[in-house]
Design a binder for this molecule. Structure first.
Ligand code: G
Ligand code: G
Ligand code: MN
Ligand code: NA
Length: 250
């Protein structure tokens, strides 16, 4: 309850900020987008991980407020950068299932003068089947605005093939646990190769997250993986860290 109250305050008093991590083309190194990652530094507790406070926000009924803040801030930054590539925002399926979600995305894009194509949503599933159906309807409306939809953490418990069948999607984001040992493991190479093929057969972009070493990168190139994200190609950092590197037209 203590943590919940402090999160409530952070939402009101500007205690949250966003970091951005590049998503890049595996073959050319070209920038494909930035993922926005929420950060909370509490005066007493220090840095609190979103892995801890996002689930807390969901339980405490604060996920709508948190999600609205993240979406607004990421769209404000996307408009300031005015890139041709999208900024990706994480949304929990619980948030997507809320009734006002489509309207909120629409209003936020308009408020910042953004095209739908300048936004991507990375969906993490923690939902019942009923909520998933509702989420699918809302997502189809958001997709019609030109917003790209990515299924995050694909290949882990929460993010399954049945989710893939139920949601309208443009991208599959493979969980980093699938590629940890890919440089040495023929089994990981075959599994990831098969998932890349699955994505391709469904006309989905496939991005692999958590790429940390040149050896992992090379293994992914050999498998025809188009896009990567990870410490190797850029650590998450504040917008001010990236702005000087973003030339006009990037
Ligand atoms: O950035 P980090 O690895 O600490 O993130 C931990 C988890 O928190 C990841 O699963 C990530 O998807 C999630 N996360 C980060 N930012 C957001 C956000 O703005 N909204 C939601 N719903 N989840 C986020
Ligand atoms: O679940 P999601 O994909 O949104 O989580 C993204 C999280 O992964 C971020 O919190 C980010 O800090 C973390 N991350 C990004 N790149 C790497 C990486 O190369 N290695 C590891 N271990 N974590 C990463
Ligand atoms: Mn994500
Ligand atoms: Na992930």
């Amino acid at each position: 309850l203590h943590l919940e109250n402090r999160l409530r305050h952070a939402l009101q008093d500007g205690g949250l900020h966003l970091h951005y991590q590049p998503q890049v083309d595996t073959a050319t190194g070209a920038l494909l987008g930035f993922e926005a990652l929420v950060r909370w530094t509490d005066q007493q507790l220090g840095l609190v991980s979103p892995a801890r406070f996002v689930p807390l926000a969901e339980e405490a009924g604060l996920i709508g407020d948190l999600g609205a803040w993240v979406l607004d801030e990421a769209c404000r930054q996307a408009a300031a950068w005015s890139l041709r590539v999208p900024v990706a925002v994480n949304v929990s399926a619980l948030e997507v299932a809320q009734e006002d979600f489509t309207q909120r995305v629409h209003d936020t894009l308009r408020r910042h003068g953004l095209d739908g194509g300048q936004l991507k949503l990375e969906i993490t599933e923690r939902l019942t089947v009923q909520d998933l159906q509702r989420a699918a309807r809302q997502l189809a409306q958001v997709q019609a605005l030109g917003v790209q939809l990515s299924l995050d953490d694909f290949g882990t418990g929460q993010s399954s093939v049945s989710t893939l069948l139920q949601l309208p999607l443009n991208e599959l984001k493979l969980d980093r646990s699938l590629i940890t040992g890919i440089a040495e493991s023929p089994i990981e190479q075959r599994v990831v190769g098969a998932l890349i093929g699955l994505g391709r057969s469904l006309n989905l972009t496939v991005i692999v997250e958590g790429v940390e070493t040149p050896e992992q990168m090379q293994a992914l190139r050999n498998l025809g993986c188009g896009a990567v994200q990870g410490y190797l190609t850029g650590r998450p950092g504040p917008a001010s860290m990236w702005t000087p590197h973003l030339t006009a037209g990037a």
